[in-house]
Design a binder for this molecule. Structure first.
Ligand code: ADP
Length: 625
């Protein structure tokens, strides 16, 4: 249960970290660029070229400029345009030309006179770069204009593509609405533009546009050709053909000549429809057309992508945690698809949901949880499998090793109960039962200790002891076995080394080496135990003249259950577990085992132990062995 809780917490932490990372990156240039690109892509998919009903662009194009004296002749050209239009007349004429400077007196007079005849005139004004005020057209022009509109757009963020205009700008405490908005107001015969912190209203139209975001309005660019464009040169040359197109409409007049203008901007449509950025005058006409169509793309509040990212990440983590296997993976895939589809669905409802946070949170959460699951959860499973296997082996070991003393106890007790025998013999059998039961108890305790040691659950009970005494005690225990096989036990203790370590476990280890040496030797040979002190270490060498083994077999010796073929053929019983336990004990003491062996010549098993200083003698609570 605790493991499950921890796993759940880790999945939750991955989901949270994924969301945080995704949201933070979404606020950087990288995230914004991604959002922009997706917006442009979706925008191009849905853009239509339904012809605009009430707006026309009157373009002062390259040819017009060339034929009419370039920019110097601009005021005269505008005067001619207005005079010609007066015959239509349009409902609104919005002039996207900065007239703030004074021109030649004749030109200004001609333009003033033309403006005086024009109904619904909107003139452009630009902000001074420092924001201190407006570059308004000079007085005569102003008086004829029914409104002044600013011509600022809002590129980006983080690129030069124009997706939005700003409806309202303030400079030098003077507020100006956008040129397109003023044109729209006049086209609807409204006197006022109302605003609240969240929208702008003109007659019946409500444009969602937040004041705290700089009053943006996304321009719903219509495809190429949707807004009719007439060159001024054509209008002036053939007014009778062109004027009907402008009667009662809103006409945006501006320079589109490549050579003369600087306010061309890329739009989301640019890559698909044309390879040139769009002139400012056309952008204003498009903004007007957006208002005229009355449907607006609205940015969702900042919290929406954050919440979607959070929900998707946590749902993914929950799927990984609660639904293992295919149902979980299917749900995760579904959530990933949902994270990608959400911005598209929002877009179709004219809501702009910034996709970076949800999409990247989905990917991060999916990959994070997936990697964690495969790496760590699987590792946990493998570990518990391994534990199970280890306990199975342990069980076999216990069963096998316990059988020998049990058989002796069983046999002796049967003899005792069945037959009358002399006291001397009874005593012998009684002692045998006693010693074999002690052996049993010792084996069980040692075995449990080794299990706990290898599971990392037990500390060594470090006590000081003498190497000689350890050898003597092992030899004493092995004497009976050696005698039965007629093998001579010899020992040479070269140095009276004092060691520290878990004496019981080390005795188990050395005893195992000695009994192996006896088991795998034939009668008439000797087994020799030598204790040497080499530097900071003590070496216990157990040498025999037995069956030996090849070098390849030496390499496999410490594997659990491994037995050499000759050992199996020798008829000696064994489990192949003893040496692996010896190895664990010695390793836990910071030592190692060295094996030298030759087939049919014998082996030397050397247990090398460091002389560790006694850190914490702990003898209490030890079972009797
Ligand atoms: P067991 O003796 O119960 O089979 P061990 O783990 O103690 O298990 O030993 C593993 C194997 O190593 C033995 O089966 C035997 O093949 C080989 N072995 C161990 N000690 C000796 C030795 N002194 N001489 C020859 N072979 C040995």
């Amino acid at each position: 249960m605790r493991w499950a809780q921890r796993t759940g917490l880790v999945f939750g932490a991955i989901a949270l970290a994924s969301t945080l990372a995704a949201v933070l990156i979404s606020w950087t240039a990288l995230g914004a660029q991604f959002d922009n690109n997706v917006y442009d892509f979706l925008f191009r998919l849905q853009a239509d070229a339904t012809p605009a009903r009430d707006v026309v662009v009157l373009a002062i194009d390259d040819r017009t400029l060339v034929e009419r004296g370039g920019l110097r002749g601009l005021r005269r050209t505008l005067a001619d345009v207005l005079n010609t239009l007066a015959a239509a007349p349009p409902k609104v004429v919005a002039i996207d030309v900065n007239l703030a400077d004074t021109g030649g007196a004749d030109d200004d007079a001609a333009l003033s006179a033309a403006m005086a005849r024009t109904r619904g005139l909107v003139l452009a004004c630009e902000m001074f770069q420092d924001g201190s005020g407006w570059q308004d057209p000079p007085a005569p022009f102003r008086t004829y204009a029914e409104a002044l509109g600013h011509v600022s757009t809002l590129p980006g963020p983080f690129d030069e593509i124009n997706r939005r205009i700003t409806l309202e700008r303030v400079a030098g405490r003077q507020r100006r609405w956008a040129l397109s908005l003023e044109a729209f107001r006049l086209s609807r015969n409204a006197t006022e533009i109302d605003s609240s912190p969240t929208d702008v209203r003109v007659s019946a139209l409500v444009i969602p546009s937040r004041w705290d975001e700089g009053r943006p309005m996304r321009v719903d660019y219509a495809g190429a050709g949707a807004i009719p464009q007439i060159a001024v040169r054509d209008l002036l040359a053939r007014p009778q053909d062109k004027l009907p197109l402008m009667r009662g409409r809103v006409v945006f007049v501006g320079v589109t000549a490549l050579s003369a203008i600087k306010d061309r901007l890329f739009t989301p449509l640019t890559p698909a429809s044309m390879n040139l950025p769009m002139p400012g005058v056309e952008i204003h006409a498009q903004a007007f057309n957006t208002m005229s169509r009355g449907r607006f793309f609205v940015d969702t509040p900042l919290a929406v992508p954050v919440v979607v990212a959070l929900v998707v990440s946590f749902a993914m983590a929950a799927a990984f945690f609660f639904l293992p296997g295919w149902p979980g993976y299917t749900l995760v895939a579904g959530l990933a698809v949902a994270a990608h589809a959400a911005p598209v669905l929002f877009f179709h409802a004219h809501h702009v949901l910034a996709p970076f946070a949800p999409v990247s949170a989905a990917w991060l959460s999916m990959m994070g949880c997936g990697v964690w699951q495969s790496l760590f959860v699987r590792r946990q499973l493998a570990r518990s499998e391994h534990d199970r296997a280890r306990y199975q082996q342990a069980f076999h070991f216990v069963a096998h090793e316990l059988r020998t003393p049990l058989t002796a106890i069983q046999g002796s007790s049967e003899l005792l109960s069945r037959y009358n025998m002399p006291d001397e013999k009874r005593k012998q059998l009684g002692e045998m039962i006693n010693s074999e039961s002690k052996r049993l108890a010792r084996m069980i305790t040692t075995f449990l200790d080794v299990e706990r040691l290898s599971a990392g659950q037990m500390e060594l009970r470090v006590v000081p002891f003498s190497a000689g005494e350890l050898v003597e005690s092992c030899l004493g225990r092995a004497a009976g076995l050696a005698e039965r096989k007629k093998i001579r036990l010899e020992s040479e203790i070269q140095a009276a080394a004092e060691l520290s370590g878990d004496r019981e476990l080390l005795e188990y280890a050395l005893y195992n080496l000695i009994t192996n040496a006896v088991k795998y030797s034939s009668s008439g040979t000797f087994v020799r135990i030598e204790v040497r002190r080499v530097g900071g270490r003590v070496e216990f060498a157990v040498q025999d003249q037995g069956i030996g083994m090849s070098q390849d077999e030496v390499k496999l010796l410490f594997r659990k259950f491994y037995r050499t073929q000759r050992a199996v053929q020798s008829g000696e019983t064994g489990t192949g577990l003893g040496l692996s336990i010896v190895d664990q004990i010695v390793t836990h003491h910071g030592g190692r085992i060295q094996v030298r062996s030759e087939l049919n010549r014998g082996s030397v098993f050397t247990m090398i132990l460091p002389i560790v200083p006694v850190s914490r003698p702990r003898e209490e609570g030890r079972d009797a062995r």
